[in-house]
Design a protein around this ligand. Sequence first.
Ligand code: NAD
Length: 292
Amino acid sequence: MKIGFIGLGIMGKPMAINLAKKGYDLQVYDLNAANVGAVAAAGAAACASVAGACAGADVIITMLPNSPQVEDVVLSPGGVLESARPGALLVDMSSINPMVSISLEQKLAEKGLRMLDAPVSGGEPKAVDGTLSIMCGGRQEDFDQVRELLLCMGASAVLVGKIGSGNTAKLSNQIIVAMNIAAACEAYLLAAKAGVEVEKVFDAIKGGLAGSTVLNAKTGMMMAHDFKPGFRIGLHIKDLTNAMASAGSLGLQLPLSGQVLEMMKTLDAQGHGADDHSGLLRYYEELNQFTI
Ligand code: NAD
């Protein structure tokens, strides 16, 4: 199986390297030549364009920042739509607006191409380990074709439903993570202001109903005020913006998501967009003029 891989950033680079290590016939492209070089060093063929990465590929994987970049790579002259061989399968692993996945799949289908949306959860460490959680939308037979390939990058790959469902699952994931971080900020601020040690609160509650993977991953960072990403506030703003757009198109109101989105936008305007999303704590600390 020949694979084209486009988008070799924080996530795409280790994911592509894992495929190269498994011996897949891989051809890779990114706007950033250094990223291409790093994956080529692991055994992939370096390409100078999207068309080069698509040439003759059975499966084309994209791991790009957001909807506009995926639309650009797929629809621009020389893009996937023009360059992929008939019958090829696009697996878009970027986290984008589910409506865009649906619209791209229709355009690709008109040219005899197939598509899955397959965003991931887990961040860079799990991309490196090949233990991401992968959530897919599309047809069962297309999912079956790449399930083994996906499991070289992830510990799990679940077909959630039709095209766009993977990104809807990802937005659900991002809502829960954002709420969890905001809840931790409020809880730890309350504890600290009441004179109770935050670390002891975490130890006491982590095994109970309030315990979570988010608390386990982020409590130490919050206590140390170490907001090196991890997952950047700017990316979470992108995901919550996509969640609010999806909710709007479905006639839904998501008041808590909207509020945390505004908090994150405030931090971004203050120059903290590149911080880890646990840096939401800054917002609360400034609001209350109190540091935990
Ligand atoms: P990134 O910004 O590090 O990487 C994106 C890469 O795409 C860059 O190398 C960039 O040069 C390349 N690119 C952009 N436009 C391009 C184009 N037109 N042609 C070719 N290459 C192009 O982003 P990332 O952190 O790797 O995230 C990728 C996706 O994964 C995003 O949708 C993000 O939300 C999602 N995600 C990220 C994390 C995380 O922890 N970083 C976790 C889960 C999911």
